[in-house]
Design a protein around this ligand. Structure first.
Ligand SMILES: CC(C)(COP(=O)(O)OP(=O)(O)OC[C@H]1O[C@@H](n2cnc3c(N)ncnc32)[C@H](O)[C@@H]1OP(=O)(O)O)[C@@H](O)C(=O)NCCC(=O)NCCS
Length: 174
């Protein structure tokens, strides 16, 4: 497996992988909302080219994708991590782990201070994410998300951002 940045020729394959990863969560023949989300984010101001990563297999097929885009905590720029998707026939082989470690390392290298996401705490706690409602000063966009809204602080200097987390506008249509 290899992890690398998305290139211009990868767009269709990423749509296929994201669509397959999230297909179980919608009715058959309907395009998962995450496919549209990635398209809209790529076309918008929140897009950060260095933080759209793909995983490829030995045949050089794209089998996983992860994305961080520009979000805010209060007025401070931070990152939103979503979506993370792995092709169903490649799940539970470490692709998700590799993508998570790669994108967090890349974000840290870019001096980003913090990453927020909505997801299962059982899965994301192993990457250092903690529920925002346990303290730390970040307020979830929606209180009802409870422990599923999680944050991971990175090593950038300065005080960690505090305030309400806001996703890029494209997430409002999810
Ligand atoms: C969730 C997902 C990204 C994980 O990627 P992956 O490559 O399958 O995961 P890895 O092989 O790196 O890690 C596997 C481990 O993660 C955990 N795990 C995987 N999927 C999980 C899930 N949905 N919930 C909780 N834990 C999960 C398990 O502990 C698993 O270990 P096990 O096989 O020993 O039980 C992938 O299953 C996927 O694309 N799912 C559909 C889309 C989705 O739900 N994305 C996340 C949105 S928050």
């Amino acid at each position: 497996m290899m992890i690398r940045r998305e290139t211009a020729g990868d767009v269709a394959a990423i749509r296929t992988v994201v669509g397959a990863a999230f297909a179980r969560q919608v009715e058959p023949d309907r395009l998962p909302a995450e496919v549209i989300l990635v398209d809209e984010l790529r076309a918008g101001a929140a897009w950060i080219p260095a933080l759209s990563l793909v995983a490829t297999n030995a045949a050089d097929d794209i089998v996983g994708h992860v994305l961080c885009t520009r979000a805010t905590v209060g007025a401070a720029p931070v990152l939103a991590l979503a979506p993370l998707g792995v092709r169903p026939d490649h799940q539970r082989r470490g692709v998700g782990h590799a993508l998570m470690h790669a994108v967090l390392g890349a974000a840290d290298a870019l001096d980003e201070p913090l990453v927020g996401l909505l997801g299962d705490p059982v899965y994301y706690s192993r990457f250092g994410f903690r529920p925002a409602d346990e303290g730390g000063g970040v307020i979830a966009p929606q209180p009802a998300w409870g422990a599923h809204f999680q944050v991971r602080t990175l090593t950038a200097g300065g005080p960690s951002p505090r305030g309400r987390f806001s996703y890029p506008e494209a997430f409002d249509r999810l």
